[in-house]
Design a protein around this ligand. Sequence first.
Ligand SMILES: NC(=O)c1ccc[n+]([C@@H]2O[C@H](COP(=O)([O-])OP(=O)(O)OC[C@H]3O[C@@H](n4cnc5c(N)ncnc54)[C@H](OP(=O)(O)O)[C@@H]3O)[C@@H](O)[C@H]2O)c1
Length: 339
Amino acid sequence: MSVPSFLYSQLFIEPPVPNHDFTGQTVIITGGNRGIGLEAARHLLHLNAASVILAVRSPEKGKAAASELEASTGRTGVVSVYELDMESHVSVEKFAAEIRALDRVDAVILNAGMYTQFFELADGHERTMTTNVINTFLLAILLVPALKSSARKWNITPRVSFVASDRHVLVNLPEWKTQNTFETLDNKAKTNMNERYYTSKLLQILLARALADALDKQGGDDAGAGRVVVNSLTPGYCVSGLLNDAVGFHGFAFWLLAKAVARTTEVGGRVLVAAITKGKENHGMYLNDGEVQESALSPFVRSTEGSLAQAKVWRELVILLEQTCPGIREIVGTQGSLT
Ligand SMILES: NC(=O)c1ccc[n+]([C@@H]2O[C@H](COP(=O)([O-])OP(=O)(O)OC[C@H]3O[C@@H](n4cnc5c(N)ncnc54)[C@H](OP(=O)(O)O)[C@@H]3O)[C@@H](O)[C@H]2O)c1
């Protein structure tokens, strides 16, 4: 997405308030205790969702958010709070097991995310990579069996939406050409942390496309996989706490941009909800302003090089996740090898 297209979206497009009916549906939102995730939850309550699960790292913050949602919408007994820390694969595995025990899951909004310009490790990898990419995909993959079984049991089309960013256009992932992309991204000496958030969002988009392909290869409706819709989206630039820790020129630029063009968190929440109203025709796609807009993907993502990078980082991710959590490869049906 070029700078003029970005500014046009921010200044002249206001995605509509969603009006889809979510009656009977269970929707999970990671990081739903504040920001655009919280506003997406509020929309879902207005749209009759039967169950909205806030997956949050702080149960106290989650409970406070749930109370505020109940008070503002008048809907009680619909929001539940589950503990989920995206910096810990153990927490992700525990949460996924809890979700697998549910009778029905209609949609998952993978929204929890972070921005930092400082290199720190979490769960054995650079923290942004752990939170935004590695454990986000671990969770998505671990939820696939629950989504497939919901598809079969309830004859529904479950949806998984990754909250990426239009700012993925700022980087082209040169690390993919190294022997092991994830190891390179964990190498502090070779890391430009000013780019790391954008890299994580580019990886989300590439890997969401690869996950969609992997599910397609598993076959038709009988397996349930054929019904699961995977997409990624940008909410646009919205006021939130995401960039509070940005420093230096970046901090100033974000502040200025927020003053000039940012959407409200409520409008950002609309876009998250729009992404899970889409059917099979949106599978593997990227949404801008709440609509499929593949032309808003960076030239790199749409290039032959981007496709090669996508295939390689997907293989690497599956191998990495299989080491952490045996069984991942079987879920996605990828027989990847680096050699
Ligand atoms: N705002 C924008 O302009 C914009 C643009 C493009 C994409 N996005 C994406 O939108 C998503 C939501 O961001 P936001 O703008 O709403 O920011 P936000 O207000 O900072 O909210 C981020 C949410 O993610 C949660 N989170 C962060 N690390 C977590 C972890 N380790 N485990 C569990 N939850 C964690 C936070 O929980 P705590 O409250 O516990 O910290 C919070 O609920 C992010 O993925 C972001 O990259 C935002």
